[in-house]
Design a protein around this ligand. Structure first.
Ligand SMILES: C[S@@+](CC[C@H](N)C(=O)[O-])C[C@H]1O[C@@H](n2cnc3c(N)ncnc32)[C@H](O)[C@@H]1O
Length: 253
């Protein structure tokens, strides 16, 4: 087994950093207005976006943030001019919060395991009977519901933090015979499971690996889709299809 390396974490979450960049740029962009220049809202938004992009670049934000900062406030101003009922904006905002709100804390957005990978997981389980399997961050419950249909002899559990995906997975899980809980995956005792499956992001992997090593039983299997544990060689790597998004990393504990 190779050594484990824990990466230093940023002191501020990306969401908070982005908020601070936007707030700072908004204040700086007010200077010409306070100096008495005649600036329209659209012009102010463009200047604000350019300043926000520059601040993000100077702060060393990952490559996708500066263009997002550039477009954020101009997009807000543009959207204000659309003939959309305020209630529709409110509903869209609430739906986004219910799906992605917890991402600000977890740094793990919702995206789904591809069908080909679900089938590969089924093949992995094939020789063993009565397996206890958990999907950490089960999203819409697609993985465990599909596996339960294929393998009714096994137990499939899921945990999900985001409210709307949890409700969907709960409904889907109930129909398929899976147990779904609204819990933080870091609060689950992994020692109860034969197979622990995670499709998350690079952010939680070091802490999750440390937890898996503490709690998982000898011989049980830790499987991560797309995200390897930094500095820890997997025992097996399965490329289901080209691209990282379809690569399974397996560690036999
Ligand atoms: C990339 S999605 C994967 C969804 C599903 N496992 C699949 O493969 O289709 C990751 C999910 O994990 C959830 N999640 C992230 N951090 C979590 C945490 N600490 N506790 C519970 N769920 C979490 C997110 O809300 C998101 O729905």
């Amino acid at each position: 087994m190779s050594r484990t390396r824990t990466l230093a974490r940023d002191p501020l979450s990306p969401g908070l950093q982005a908020g601070m960049v936007q707030a700072g740029a908004s204040v700086i962009a007010l200077v010409p207005v306070l100096a008495g220049l005649d600036v329209s809202l659209a012009q102010w938004a463009l200047v604000q976006g350019a300043i926000a992009m520059r601040i993000a670049t100077l702060c060393g934000a990952p490559a996708w943030w500066p263009p997002l900062h550039l477009g954020f406030t101009p997009a807000l101003v543009w959207a204000q001019g659309l003939a959309v009922a305020p209630l529709a904006w409110g509903a869209a905002f609430l739906a986004l919060v219910a799906v992605y709100g917890s991402t600000l804390r977890t740094q793990v957005p919702l995206f789904l395991t591809a069908r080909a990978v679900r089938e590969a997981l089924g093949v992995l389980l094939a020789p063993e009977r009565g397996v206890r399997f958990i999907d950490l961050g089960c999203g819409l419950g697609t993985v465990i519901a599909a596996l339960k249909r294929a393998r009714p002899d096994c137990e499939f559990h899921g945990v999900e933090l985001a409210p709307l995906p949890f409700l969907v997975s709960r409904w889907r899980g109930a129909r398929a015979g899976c147990r779904i809980q609204r819990r933080d995956l870091m609060s689950i005792d992994l020692g109860q499971y034969d197979v622990v499956y995670a499709f998350l992001s690079p952010a939680p992997m070091p802490a999750l690996w440390a937890k898996a090593r503490r709690e998982m039983r000898r011989g049980s299997l830790f499987v991560s889709l797309a995200f390897a544990v930094p500095g820890v060689e997997p025992h097996e790597t399965i490329r289901v299809a080209p691209g990282e998004r379809h690569t399974l990393y397996l560690w036999r504990m």
